[in-house]
Design a protein around this ligand. Structure first.
Ligand code: ZN
Length: 47
């Protein structure tokens, strides 16, 4: 299983991204990330 960790925060473009857990969805689990700079959370892209 590969994790598509973003290289940069999609909000502030910082590179300090940490994994904070997985969210189950109907299409599978999504990896959730948090930016250590702005504190916002977002999901990785599973292509
Ligand atoms: Zn950020």
């Amino acid at each position: 299983m590969t994790e598509n960790k973003p290289d940069f925060c999609e909000f502030c473009k910082a590179s300090r991204i940490v994994r904070i857990g997985k969210i189950p969805t109907v299409t599978g689990k999504k990896q959730r990330f948090q930016c250590r700079e702005c504190g916002r959370t977002f999901y990785g892209t599973n292509n």
